[in-house]
Design a protein around this ligand. Structure first.
Ligand code: FES
Length: 287
């Protein structure tokens, strides 16, 4: 079983988009006649899809339950990309930026930080960062980079992210987040072991950290619930008990479910937490 440099699954958004880009690049190399025929074909297929999708959206919008479903669908990055490609969704920029920040917020908060959207002006997003995101420690820089990367990679119209100085406010880091802990302190009780059957994962709120619990063949592990790629939550991902991997739901990075080793980008790694079982409960010690 070798997973090093495993390519993205063929039906992932990255793989599909890359396939389209590669084909278009090839078409552009064709001579004039062939190229225009191929581009006509592309335009015809897209027009067909747009007409069908438009009808689907119209029907869904006409019914309150359909509308709800439509909103849920648009949350799926691939559906969103498809709809925007055909001009069927046009959330304003600020809403889309706020949506991206909502996705990174749990990760920031689990690191004692937070982010606030101040304004979107032109192609620039202005944010304020709080708590552990302030200062120049490695983790502050990593958190700031994470916010910037998440916005720039998901909203193509945005070209810059600026951090505004903070207005004075209450400290956001709880004392327990910075307190020194001995080996026997800091354990947080999670669910009962029998609530995490083999081949399943669960999210656990451990106070200072959002934790991902994994049961692979009765071998239990705990990791910070943050993908090593962009820090997005992993609990909606896919645990494959046959090859012992977790696939991130966001961009399909693949991880060894026992060790947290990233099999897509070998230098990355999920952050493991100590775990023990006592009196039928799972206990985790988030750092
Ligand atoms: S956040 Fe991108 S693969 Fe997980």
């Amino acid at each position: 079983m070798t997973h090093s440099h495993a390519p993205a699954p063929p039906d992932s958004m990255e793989a599909l988009a890359e396939r389209v880009d590669t084909a278009i690049a090839e078409v552009r190399k064709l001579d004039e006649g062939a190229r225009s025929k191929a581009l006509d074909l592309k335009a015809a297929v897209e027009a067909f899809h747009k007409a069908g999708l438009t009808r689907i959206v119209q029907h869904l919008k006409a019914d309150p339950r359909g509308k709800e479903l439509l909103f849920a669908l648009v949350e799926e990055p691939i559906v969103y990309a498809l709809f925007s490609m055909h001009g069927l969704v046009r959330a304003d920029l600020a809403t889309r930026v706020a949506r991206v920040l909502e996705m990174v917020r749990p990760y920031m908060q689990s690191h004692g930080g937070d982010v606030e959207l101040a304004e979107v002006r032109g192609d620039t997003v202005f944010v304020r960062l709080h708590g552990a995101c302030n200062g120049c420690s490695m983790s502050a820089v990593t958190l700031r980079d994470g916010v910037e990367e998440a916005i720039l990679s998901q909203i193509l119209e945005i070209r810059a992210v600026e951090v505004l100085p903070n207005e004075p406010g209450p400290a956001l880091i709880g004392l327990d987040a910075i307190g020194v802990r001995g080996a026997e302190t800091g354990w947080v009780r999670g669910p009962r072991v029998d609530q995490l059957p083999p081949g399943t994962m669960a999210r656990m709120d451990a106070g200072t950290a959002d934790v991902l619990l994994v049961n692979l063949d009765n071998r239990l592990s705990a990791f910070r619930n943050a993908c090593a790629h962009q820090g997005m939550p992993l609990d909606g991902g896919l645990l494959d008990p046959t090859d012992g991997t977790i696939t991130c739901p966001w961009h399909a990075f693949c991880f060894d479910a026992g060790t947290g080793e990233c099999l897509t980008a070998p230098q990355a790694q999920l952050e493991p937490f100590p775990l023990r079982v006592q009196d039928g409960f799972i206990w985790v010690r988030p750092c």
